[in-house]
Ligand binder design. Structure first.
Ligand SMILES: *[C@@H]1O[C@H](CO)[C@@H](O)[C@H](O)[C@H]1NC(C)=O
Ligand SMILES: *[C@@H]1O[C@H](CO)[C@@H](O)[C@H](O)[C@H]1NC(C)=O
Ligand SMILES: *[C@@H]1O[C@H](CO)[C@@H](O)[C@H](O)[C@H]1NC(C)=O
Ligand SMILES: *[C@@H]1O[C@H](CO)[C@@H](O)[C@H](O)[C@H]1NC(C)=O
Ligand SMILES: *[C@@H]1O[C@H](CO)[C@@H](O)[C@H](O)[C@H]1NC(C)=O
Ligand SMILES: *[C@@H]1O[C@H](CO)[C@@H](O)[C@H](O)[C@H]1NC(C)=O
Ligand SMILES: *[C@@H]1O[C@H](CO)[C@@H](O)[C@H](O)[C@H]1NC(C)=O
Length: 230
């Protein structure tokens, strides 16, 4: 009798759980998160990434920078031209790659090609300086997170600029070369050695505010860079 009761009882619980789960799943789109905190401001991050966003190394001490180089190698590997050509679409430049569903779902959506070679001296290809870490002119990659259904820039050109966080540091940062999106590379050409530089990079676009005090990664990222040499 007792056995029978528990059999029915657990049977009922299982059925209820399954039904609830099924109903919930009906309301979920497998490709788009149901709830997004519509920050609408994409976050920014740098590579190489460290917990404290601090890129410090000693030019003459390979061990102090080879982990940065490894991080950049790993990060950029999927952007190899051959892999991009094989997996992503060649999109028309200057246009959003919209893939509307028009009644029928066209999943999976495809991304645009972004060839590693466009990063030039920061591509790490054929590069004896290891992204500049071996000669004290390091590259930092800046990436912007994706926000679904957000049209960054609203059809107007946008760019990323980097500057010293404090006014008085501006000259010490020296010259920079900027490479193109969606990953942007910045190469610091004449960074003053043995000195902390606090840099802030931000995206300039008409529909991205970079002044949110609560989210310090909203459309911008600040990091420290220091090159030690004798
Ligand atoms: C990407 O290209 C680099 C340099 O050409 C090469 O060392 C690496 O093995 C390539 N990675 C893949 C996954 O093809
Ligand atoms: C990327 O490189 C591949 C191979 O070289 C090339 O076929 C393709 O057109 C390039 N794509 C872009 C967007 O430049
Ligand atoms: C690598 O760079 C050297 C010197 O800049 C150049 O002579 C050589 O052709 C390059 N190799 C490739 C595969 O691009
Ligand atoms: C961008 O411009 C194209 C063509 O002018 C237009 O079809 C599209 O709706 C625009 N997109 C946005 C987000 O303004
Ligand atoms: C790169 O951007 C910085 C500002 O972020 C600017 O000072 C510098 O002139 C730019 N360099 C080039 C080559 O465009
Ligand atoms: C970057 O974009 C901003 C706003 O879109 C524009 O005012 C500025 O001139 C641009 N800078 C460069 C170097 O293109
Ligand atoms: C850089 O590393 C070299 C070799 O390990 C060491 O002799 C030198 O003191 C270091 N320089 C600085 C500024 O830390």
């Amino acid at each position: 009798m007792i056995l029978f009761f528990y059999l029915v009882f657990y049977g009922f619980l299982t059925a209820l759980f399954t039904l609830t789960m099924w109903v919930m799943l009906q309301t979920v789109d497998p490709y788009i998160p149901k709830y997004q905190d519509r920050l609408s401001v994409p976050g920014m991050m740098i590579r190489p990434k460290t917990d404290t966003l601090d890129v410090t190394f000693n030019v003459s001490n390979t061990e102090s920078w080879d982990h940065y180089v490894k991080m950049l190698n790993d990060f950029l590997e999927p952007y190899n031209d051959s892999i991009q050509a094989a997996t992503n679409d060649a999109c028309r430049p200057g246009r959003y790659n919209e893939q509307p569903d028009n009644g029928v779902l066209n999943y999976p959506k495809r991304a645009c090609q972004f060839n590693r070679t466009v990063l030039g001296a920061c591509s790490g290809l054929n590069d004896s300086t290891h992204y500049g870490y071996a000669d004290g002119r390091p590259c930092i990659l800046i990436k912007m997170n994706r926000v679904i259904n957000f049209f960054a820039g609203a059809n107007q050109t946008m760019n990323v600029t980097c500057a010293a966080k404090k006014e008085e540091d501006v000259q010490k940062l020296g010259e920079m070369v900027n490479y193109t999106q969606p990953i942007v590379a910045v190469k610091f050409l004449t960074l003053e050695a043995n000195m902390d530089h606090n840099v802030e990079c931000k995206v300039n676009a008409v529909n991205i505010a970079t002044t949110d005090e609560r989210d310090k990664f909203a459309g911008r990222v600040a990091f420290k860079i220091r090159v030690n040499r004798d």
